[in-house]
Design a protein around this ligand. Sequence first.
Ligand code: NAD
Length: 246
Amino acid sequence: MEMRLKGKTCVVTAAGQGIGAATARTFARESARVWATDVDAGKLDALKGIESIVTRRVDVLDKAAIGQLASETGAVDVLFNCAGFVHHGTVLDATDEQWQFAFNLNVRSMFWTIQAFLPGMLEKGGGSIVNMSSAASSVKGAALRFIYGTTKAAVVGLTKSVAVDYVSKGIRCNAICPGTVQTPSLDERISALGGGADAKQFFLQRQPTGRFGAAEEIAALATYLASDESAFTTGTVNVIDGGWSV
Ligand code: NAD
């Protein structure tokens, strides 16, 4: 057992699979008490039985459910906002419904979770908020990511706004911008493009390392930002993209 998050209570959204699940596991390995949440309770089953992880079904589109979670956890030290969804397409492909859904899930959910958990952090005198953005169009223009890239750029603005308003109160707020990471949703996106070698190549050609990132590599960065090792770091955009944006 490592100790980098000893004594800290952490909330993770979208912890059912991919980066969120890897981060919940890493936080627990670093001695944190972890509230692992996801809209799909079944996906959280794999985390059950890990000492120091508590699982809860929470839909981040449901403000009341977020408030209920915050009442149950009490004041926490770390909030990792990981939930997000990728729409494929250009501005001319986009629909109002897709735009609304993406902004609600990728951006408004963070507004709601921060409103729910920040007061407890302020009472405690400190806390670390880590928001999941993306390299796609918030760092580098990404083809066919109009809605997604727009929401993830908004996450950067949200992150800097919270960081500057609360820096003197011991609160840190940082964003993570990954390149393409091997997760179940990447597999779904490859399948949606036909599933063959060309579909995989659409994503792989963006990665000069010639491979996708691993969820554990993003979890390692989230752990650093959650821990006191990054105490002098706030309002930052942390690119972890295998050289995509170089
Ligand atoms: P994923 O897309 O494979 O899994 C997402 C999880 O979110 C699922 O367990 C799902 O049940 C949960 N979820 C969906 N809607 C929810 C809701 N309303 N409330 C709570 N949970 C909900 O995970 P991933 O690929 O690891 O992506 C996680 C985050 O990282 C997303 O914000 C994504 O945009 C971002 N990201 C991913 C990549 C990548 O290549 N995978 C790259 C950059 C950024």
